[in-house]
Design a protein around this ligand. Sequence first.
Ligand SMILES: C=CC1=C(C)c2cc3[nH]c(cc4nc(cc5[nH]c(cc1n2)c(C)c5CCC(=O)O)C(CCC(=O)O)=C4C)c(C)c3C=C
Ligand SMILES: [Fe+2]
Ligand SMILES: [Fe+2]
Length: 350
Amino acid sequence: MPFRPAPAATDDPGRTAVLYCNLGTPDAPTAPAVRRYLAEFLSDPRVVEIPKLAWWPILHGIILRVRPAKSAAKYASVWMAQGSALKVWTEAQALGLRASLAERGHGVDAHYAMRYGQPAIAAQLDTLAASGVNRILVLQAYPQYSATTTASVLDAVGAWSRRQRRVPELRFVNDYHDDAGYIAALADSVQRHWAQHGRGELLLMSFHGIPARNIALGDPYQAQCQATARLLAQKLGLSDQQYRLTFQSRFGRAKWLEPYTEPTLRALAQQGTKRIDVMCPGFPVDCLETLEEINMEAREAFLESGGEAFGYIPCLNDSPRWAQALADIADRHLSGWNTRTGQADQPAVS
Ligand SMILES: C=CC1=C(C)c2cc3[nH]c(cc4nc(cc5[nH]c(cc1n2)c(C)c5CCC(=O)O)C(CCC(=O)O)=C4C)c(C)c3C=C
Ligand SMILES: [Fe+2]
Ligand SMILES: [Fe+2]
C-alpha cells in the first residue's frame, strides 16, 4: 500500500491540535444502523478477545442477527433531538475544551473523533494533517485505562500513522482516573444534585465492566476504578459505608468484574435501603449505558425491589468545571510544545 503523500515541505512550524476520542455510537436508532456499529465494535480484537475462528460464527450467526433490533429499541428510548447522547455530549465537550484552551491564549485547536462509527479517527487525523497540524495530542473520554477501550484508540491512531509518509508528532494521555480536576468536577455534580434533589442514604458509583480475565492478564482498569471511587468518596466526605462501587453492562456469559450493578441495587433495596443516588463516574458523557441501562432499567429494578427513591446523577456532559479540567489535563501534556509559535524551545509568553 503506498504511503499517503504529504504536502510539499516548507519551514512553516505547523500547528498543534487535541483530538478528543470516544467510543462511538450508531448514526440512527434503527436496527441497520446499530448492526453496522456493532459489527465494527464487536470485530475489534481488543473488545472481544476470542480467536476469530471461534468468535466469527457467534458474532455473524447470532449476535448481529438478534441484538441490533433489541439495542435499537433501547437507543430509540433515549435518543435526543440532536442525535445520540454520546455524540451530542462528546461534541459539546470538545467545543468546551476548545474554548477553554482558547481562553488560555493557546493556538491549539480541539476536535473530536469516534473509535467506531463517525467521525472516524482516521478521517479526523486526515483532516488535521491536511490543514497543517503536525503535533497532535490524543486525549480520550476514558478516565480509567483499559485495553478494551484506551488501547483500541491507540491501535486506530497507529493504523492511521502506518499509512502516512509524514507522521505528525503524537502524544497520548492514557488515563486520568486520579486527576484532581476530574474528581472535583464529579464531586461538584454530586453536590449540585444533592442541593437540588436532596441526598440518598447511599451513593452508588457504577462503572462499565470488563471480563474478570482481563484483570488477571494485567489490565489496570479495576484498580483505577477503585482509586477514582475512593478519591471521590474522600472529596465528598463519605465513609466506606456511605458509598458502593459496582460494574455494569456485562456482555455474554463469562465472569465480568463484580459486584454487578443491578443485582447490588436489588439486594440493597431488599435489605432496606430506601433512597439511593446513582452515578457513572467512568462515563464522562451520558450514553445508552447510563440513560437506559442505569436511569431506566436499574431504576426499575431498585424500585420494584422495595426502594423508594432513585436519584440519577447525570454524567459530566456540559459541566464548565469539566471543560476546565480537560483543558488542564491537555495543558500538562502539551507542555514543551510551544503552542503559540510552534517552536518547541521558546518559553510561552503570558
Ligand atoms: C463486548 C464487550 C464489551 C466490552 C469489553 C466493553 C467495554 C467498555 N465499554 C465502555 C463504554 C461504552 N460501552 C457502550 C456500549 C456497548 N458496550 C458493549 C460491549 C462491551 N463494552 C456493547 C455491545 C455496547 C452497545 C450497546 C449494546 O448493544 O448493548 C457505550 C455506549 C455507546 C452508545 O452509543 O451510547 C459506552 C460509552 C467502556 C468504558 C468499556 C471498558 C472499560
Ligand atoms: Fe461497552
Ligand atoms: Fe448496556
